[in-house]
Design a protein. Structure first.
Length: 86
């Protein structure tokens, strides 16, 4: 639980945007059931639902991957600098 709290504090903005996309996904799923308008035989709310899902997963993945980098005082990740060392 402590690790999740640290993750939340470090990447609060990204996780809030992930939550926003989750809300958008749920709204689209409700609209799929309510609105029966179709484009080429598919509900018109499928594309926005897929977009909200994909952006949410992308941002969650970015927050997870960013947790492996430690920033130096100059703002450059240590991992990047160690990769440039010859």
């Amino acid at each position: 639980m402590k690790a999740l709290l640290l993750f939340w504090n470090a990447y609060k903005f990204l996780l809030l945007v992930v939550g926003l996309h989750l809300v958008l996904l749920l709204a689209c799923l409700v609209l799929i059931q309510v609105d029966n308008t179709q484009i080429l035989g598919i509900s018109r709310w499928i594309k926005p639902a897929k977009f909200a899902l994909s952006v949410g997963v992308y941002l969650l993945t970015m927050a997870y991957l960013m947790s492996f980098f430690q920033l130096r005082s100059g703002g450059v990740p240590k991992t990047t600098l160690s990769g440039l060392h010859c």
